[in-house]
Design a protein around this ligand. Structure first.
Ligand code: FAD
Length: 336
């Protein structure tokens, strides 16, 4: 049994920063994440993308932000249970929460913070026969490391920001040898400036733009060697490629969290904005996983929520102690 002051379910940016804020109050945290690494969406979906709205950082790569948050949390020695999903929360006779994971690891604490983001997320896969057989053999639904496309031929399909941004990135950074972008319609759903950039790159012959078309088949011996594209007017086209990257977004699902008795609205946990507490006393929900009037799913907002939630958690754990706000500039950061 792993014992701590606060169990944080979800080691995304919000869970990680909450470790720091809890540490300043001398509360110890243990994080659980179903992914094998910390960082949530930043590490899993867009580690190499720059973020522009983190205060004090005009631009920072999502992966770098996570490295910094890990460094900031380090003095408070957080524990990690990674690669295991939290599947149940119970209360023992002493009123402590027991969180059990998919591998049976048990954690005990008086407070639980749910920082589960979008929950467990799955990519939306196009209905192409045999596609599963090529996963990680040339088929990727999420671009984690663009360098794997160095000197390769890539077919990207999709009409949203992800498809547009990655097509632009792989071309402008001179990473891929050849980029084809296949989309069902002639218009795109992404930002206007990204659409314009793709059009310009297509005019310059740097992106092979194939619209009103769909990838309907895939072939190759043990790895992707070609895709079959069904074009509305030109019929079937066989395109030789090293990678097929369908970017149709992710299907968010709260997963086990939805069954823990929380008040849920539109796939998110309803919280009291006073302290981001849920309808279960002692359990808080912070970051993308919660909802309230005017909620914004931004990292910055999650940091604020975690900061206020730990203040409330401190009062629950130490009802007789008064907590006085101390600036880090005055007190410094004294770890455990
Ligand atoms: C492409 C893209 C670009 C973005 N750009 C920006 C931007 O520029 N600025 C900005 O502020 N925001 C941006 N965002 C949104 C931002 O990434 C999220 O607001 C942020 O990641 C939320 O952090 P979080 O810690 O709440 O959740 P997440 O990052 O989603 O992390 C939640 C973690 O909880 C884990 N988890 C869920 N359920 C369980 C369970 N039952 N057991 C164990 N683990 C569980 C998940 O595996 C995940 O690792 C962007 C998002 C995307 C997809």
């Amino acid at each position: 049994m792993i014992k701590t002051d606060i169990i944080i379910i979800g080691a995304g940016p919000v869970g990680l920063f909450t470790v720091f804020e809890a540490g300043l109050l001398k509360l110890k945290c243990h994080l659980i994440d179903s992914l094998p690494q910390a960082g949530g969406q930043c590490s899993e979906i867009y580690p190499k993308k720059p973020i522009y709205d983190i205060p004090g950082f005009p631009s920072i790569l999502a992966g770098e932000l996570i490295d910094n948050l890990m460094e900031q949390a380090a003095p408070f020695k957080p524990g990690f249970t990674l690669g295991e999903a939290a599947v149940s929360i119970d209360k023992n006779e002493e009123g402590q929460f027991i969180v059990t994971t998919s591998k049976g690891t048990q954690h005990e604490a008086p407070i639980v913070m749910i920082a589960g983001g979008l929950g467990v997320f799955e990519p939306r896969k196009p209905p192409i026969e045999g596609l599963d057989n090529y996963e990680d053999k040339g088929v990727e639904y999420i671009i984690k490391d663009p360098e794997i496309y160095k000197g390769k031929r890539c077919v990207i399909s999709g009409g949203g920001d992800s498809a547009l941004d990655w097509a632009i990135y792989l071309v402008e950074k001179n990473i891929a040898k050849e980029v084809s972008l296949v989309h069902r319609r002639s218009s795109f759903r992404g930002h206007l400036d990204s659409v314009q950039k793709v059009m310009d790159l297509a005019d310059d012959g740097r992106i092979n733009l194939i619209t009103e078309a769909e990838v309907v088949g895939i072939g190759g011996e043990g790895k992707v060697e070609n895709v079959v594209i069904q074009h509305d007017s030109q019929g079937e086209i066989i395109k030789e490629t090293d990678h097929f990257i369908p970017l149709f977004g992710l299907k968010p699902s709260l997963g086990p969290i939805a069954d823990w008795g929380f008040e849920i609205d539109k796939n998110a946990i309803v919280v009291d904005t006073l302290d981001y507490s849920t309808n279960i006393p002692g359990i808080y929900a912070i970051g993308d996983v919660n909802t309230y009037t005017n909620k914004l799913k931004l990292i910055l907002c999650g940091f604020h929520e975690g900061t206020l939630a730990v203040q409330s958690a401190f009062a629950r754990i130490h009802p007789d102690k008064k907590n006085v706000l101390k600036y880090t500039t005055v007190n410094g950061v004294t770890g455990f």
